[in-house]
Design a protein around this ligand. Structure first.
Ligand SMILES: [Fe+2]
Length: 104
């Protein structure tokens, strides 16, 4: 939801890299400017499986410095049971998503 970022003068607004060790993470991007992500638009969904490190893509942490607020709308669900992907999911999947963390 729209919100202010951490306001400490030395804070870094972008989220930090992390690995969910006991849940899988689904994000549905509804509307707004998704500051930490490249290639994400309204209607996109991401799935980060349990144990997979993820965080801002290259340049997004630096670009977030000095930002004070966000107007993004998204829904995040952490599941504590593993998700199974369907054929439809696999048909819609962007196969190069995992490459979006590589720098040019
Ligand atoms: Fe996450």
């Amino acid at each position: 939801m729209p919100r202010l970022y951490d306001f400490h003068p030395e804070s870094i607004p972008a989220p930090y890299y992390h690995t969910n060790i006991d849940s899988e993470e689904v994000l549905y991007y509804v509307d707004g400017d998704f500051m930490s992500r490249t290639g994400i638009e309204a209607g996109s969904m991401t799935l980060h499986k349990k144990g997979v490190p993820h965080g801002p893509q290259p340049g997004k942490t630096e670009a977030s410095i000095g930002k004070t607020e966000t107007y993004e709308y998204a829904v995040m669900i952490d599941t504590f049971n593993p998700l199974k992907t369907t054929n439809h999911f696999r048909d819609c999947m962007e196969n190069d998503y995992n490459q979006s963390w590589l720098e040019d």
